[in-house]
Design a protein around this ligand. Sequence first.
Ligand code: FAD
Length: 294
Amino acid sequence: MKIKDLYETKKTVISLEIFPPKLDSPVETVFKTLDELADINPDFISVTYGAGGKAKDRTLEIASKIKNEYNIESLAHLTCISATKNQIREAFEVMRKNNIENILAMRGDIPEDPDFEFPNPLQYEHAADLISEVKAERDFSIGAACYPEGHVECDSKVKDIKYLKDKVDMGVDFLMTQLFFDNELFFQFMEQIDIAGINVPVSAGIMPVLNKNQVVRMTKLSGCQMPKKLIRILDRYEDNPAALKEAGEAYAIEQIIDLMAWGVRGIHLYTMNKADTAKRIIGNIENIRKLQNN
Ligand code: FAD
């Protein structure tokens, strides 16, 4: 099923994100996680694509398994900054063969390794270059990334939204946000993109805070703000991992309930392959989910 159609049938589309195991671990380790995530009954599961295209075969292998063996809709992330046109065409072919109908088309983070070899000349510069190619294939539903607090590299939020509008106009069916911890910033962003004429469904990316180092690293990378009430949780429980996990999950649940009450079109939970946390969070909103879809 095309993910764009899911947004037509569900009040809030609930999706989960997982990442492939590192290349030195067997791919099977993720299937145990998937066994548990399947119990949540997500509307779809997305699989990340390693920066620089590392483990790309694993992304497609796992996305295929989700679709064809777990019978859950899958979304394959695909990045282009380090890819050649041929590699992207091959990825389309593998997806088609495996019945994968949905692509999250992105530029990708620029690999930090100074020795990383980019195609010369570069064959893709921005996500928009990939989106136009996916669109030309005609048979995929296309998602793209968006940034409620602006993308870290962009010096102006106005320009960032203009580039987002260009991406959407190229044929994007739905958007998925970077993680954020302050819902008010998401609501403001939704108003801004509405004014800019962007009206495809947007899923809100929620990442539960499970340890202080992780969240400090993520906020630095993504440039997202931490509300005072989250800082208090981190300061109070940084040396008490069990309490921090409980508080982090509760924070994510509260964020999701507020987003659903506002009328968000989708919740995308960054599971970090932690099935127990994902189950507790989605379990807590399960009744609201059922009641509002009736
Ligand atoms: P773009 O849309 O190309 O934007 C990148 C920057 O360029 C922005 O600052 C934008 O304002 C600017 N820009 C865009 N168009 C133009 C233009 N025409 N001229 C000048 N500037 C322009 N990364 C991975 O490697 N693998 C993943 O699986 C992955 N999954 C993700 C999932 C989600 C939901 C999100 C939000 C991000 C994910 N990322 C992933 C990270 C993403 O690849 C990075 O944030 C990357 O830096 C930008 O990708 P993009 O597709 O948003 O790029």
